[in-house]
Structure formats: structure tokens, C-alpha cells
Design a protein around this ligand. Structure first.
Ligand code: KG4
Ligand code: ZN
Length: 326
């Protein structure tokens, strides 16, 4: 079964065709990073307009590359949320038009589920597993009982981990997007240079706002102390911050998998591209660890077309988008 997937929940416009949730047939993606860099973050209105300018061309290119009659597709799938409403509606309107004109089913895909489904590409992963979903908007540990059902076991009570990466990167003058910049800077830094606190939250939940404040205070103190520091030790600060985030993500995910007796751990979302986080999980020998290629960790349409096969919900043409997780 071939599904066409569309993604426009934030600042990536993407279209892909995936076979049986596992094999990529064709894929196109345009990132708006350069557009939003000047603003230090995503500007929703600008993002929506940019999606509108390029999405039809991407659909055409993907259909051309796959060289199939669109009427033979099993359906058209689209991210309906959570995400930015204005940008989501661009993808959804395009998906509706395609499904209607080719007489195909329309499928709604949840963005969080889609991120997890990136792990089915070219692997034999099957539920049950524990998933750590870490992105710009979400940080949660989920227990996937089967392909369609998941329980949230733990989540952030304030900032998402990706949001913390982005905010601290801005503080350190590393620009936008912050995650990859901190990842690179941290490689050259000492993770033990500063001892930043892990958020003190019981159980499997997370908190990153205290950590962000701790980095901010340290930066302020270093800047004030002109006698000893003429330039910020950015690499050490980045490495120490990254260590504090990844330490708690790793420890709590492991604890959930152990206590549930689950032997498979899955990483998903933009922060799953982080090289230090991947290394920590890759070092485990008691668990089978799955993580998408870095390009499939951040937003893309391959994961949407994969999710269509495993958990996509056929919906009516009156379906709308939603901004918050439900
Ligand atoms: O999943 P995603 O592309 O979009 C959302 O659903 O939010 O995740 C984007 C987030 C951003 O916060 C970005 O800074 C972070 O993922 N990110 C990373 C890395 N690459 C992207 N964070 C840490 N290390 C990375 N290598
Ligand atoms: Zn995402």
C-alpha cells in the first residue's frame, strides 16, 4: 500500500510517498530555516505563506519521481496537529484537494505519532516499545502497547527539551535553530565544566525551566566578572547544558523501560538527532534501541506517510487542524 504524506506543522514543507509504512518511494522537503533565522524563531504567518508557495510543486515532484498513477494510492495523509494552526491548514487544504480530486481516502495523522513512526523506516521494529519523544514542542515518554495505542508515562511540566536547547543557544549567541548549534559546540566543550542541575521533578516527568535559568545566571555572572573572563566559554557552557538535559532524558527513559519490562527503546523528534543523546542510548546492550536517521528525526513527510499506514485515521473532508496535543 502506497500512502502520500504531507507535513506542514511548523517550518518544514514536506511531501513523501511510503510503501507499507517501511519503504520510502519518493520524498521532498524544503526547510524554512534561512527564512526565520533573521527573526530568531519561527514566524507563523511567514511560515504559512511559504508553505503555500511551495507545497504544490513538491507534490508534483514526488508523484513524478514515484511514477505512479495517483489514483492507485491507498490514501492522502496529512499532519492535522499539534502544530501551528495557520501552517497546518495549508497542508490540510492541499491534502483535501488531492484526496477529493483523485477520489482517495483522506487520513489525519498526529504529529507525535508520526515522529515515532519514523522508526519503522527500513527497520523491523514492532510494538511494544518505550518511546522518548523530544522535539521543539514536546518532551514525553510514551509506552506504545501496539501500533495505534500509546500511554504517556511522563512529560515535561514546563519547557520542551528542544525549546530549552533553542533558548540556551540564543543566550549563548549560537543563533537559530539552537539544537544543532549546541550539539556542534558541545563536541568542543567540557561537559563537566559547569554542574547544572537536573530539574527536580518526581517520577517520569521533566522540568527544564530551572536549568535554563541556571545557565542564564551563570552567563550573567561570567559576563559581570570581567577580571577573570573576557570571553564566554561557550563550548563548555553548551556541553554542560547538553549533559544536564541528556542525563535526565536518558535516566528516566531507561527507568520506565526497566520497570515496564520492555526491551525496546525508540527515540523520536528533532532532539533525537542530538549526537550525545544518541551515543548514550547506543551504548546500551540490555535494550534494542531504535532511532531514525538524523534527517528523519526533525519534521518530514516520510514519517507522516509511514504513520498513515500504521495509525492514520480516515476522516471526512470537514476535518480541521488542532494546535495542542489531544
Ligand atoms: O521535531 P522537530 O523538527 O519540530 C518540532 O516538532 O518541534 O524538532 C525541532 C527541535 C528544535 O528545538 C531543534 O533545536 C531541535 O529539535 N534539534 C536538536 C538537534 N537537531 C534539532 N536538538 C539538539 N541536538 C540536535 N542535533
Ligand atoms: Zn516535530
Amino acid at each position: 500500500m502506497l500512502f502520500l504524506g504531507l507535513e506542514s506543522s511548523c517550518d518544514e514543507t514536506a511531501v513523501a510517498i511510503v510503501e507499507d509504512g517501511r519503504k520510502v518511494i519518493a520524498s521532498r522537503l524544503i526547510s524554512q530555516t534561512e527564512v526565520h533565522k533573521a527573526f530568531g524563531g519561527v514566524v507563523p504567518e511567514v511560515a504559512a505563506r511559504r508553505h503555500l508557495e511551495v507545497i504544490n510543486d513538491l507534490v508534483e515532484e514526488v508523484l513524478d519521481e514515484a511514477a505512479i498513477d495517483p489514483r492507485t494510492l491507498a490514501g492522502v495523509a496529512c499532519t492535522t496537529g499539534p502544530g501551528l494552526i495557520g501552517t497546518l491548514l495549508v497542508g490540510l487544504s492541499c491534502a483535501k484537494a488531492l484526496a477529493w480530486s483523485y477520489g482517495l481516502p483522506l487520513l489525519a495523522v498526529d504529529h507525535i505519532f508520526a515522529h515515532v513512526c519514523a522508526n519503522y523506516i527500513d527497520t523491523e521494529l514492532e510494538p511494544p516499545f518505550v518511546a522518548l519523544v523530544v522535539s521543539g514542542g514536546h518532551t514525553q515518554i510514551m509506552h506504545f502497547e501496539d501500533y495505534k495505542h500509546a500511554t504517556i508515562v511522563g512529560q515535561t511540566i514546563d519547557d520542551a527539551s528542544g525549546e530549552a536547547y533553542d533558548k540556551v543557544a540564543r543566550l549563548l549567541g549560537l543563533g537559530y535553530p539552537g539544537g544543532p548549534a549546541i550539539d556542534q559546540a558541545a563536541i568542543k566543550g567540557n561537559p563537566k565544566a559547569f554542574r547544572f542541575p537536573e530539574g527536580v521533578v518526581a517520577g517520569s516527568d521533566f522540568s527544564f525551566s530551572g536549568l535554563k535559568t541556571a545557565v542564564m545566571r551563570t552567563v550573567e555572572n561570567l559576563k559581570a566578572d570581567d577580571n577573570t573572563v573576557s570571553r564566554l566559554p561557550v563550548n563548555d557552557l553548551a556541553a554542560s547544558f547538553q549533559d544536564a538535559v541528556n542525563r535526565v532524558l536518558f535516566r528516566k527513559t531507561l527507568a520506565v523501560a526497566e520497570s515496564a519490562g520492555i526491551s525496546q527503546i525508540v527515540l523520536a523528534g528533532g532532539v533525537a538527532a542530538n549526537s550525545d543523546l544518541r551515543k548514550r542510548f547506543e551504548s546500551l546492550d540490555k535494550f534494542r534501541v531504535f532511532r531514525p536517521t538524523p534527517a528523519l528525526c526533525t519534521d518530514n513527510a516520510v514519517m507522516v506517510a509511514a504513520a498513515a499506514f500504521y495509525s492514520g485515521e480516515p476522516v471526512s473532508f470537514s476535518v480541521s487542524a488542532y494546535s495542542r496535543q489531544r
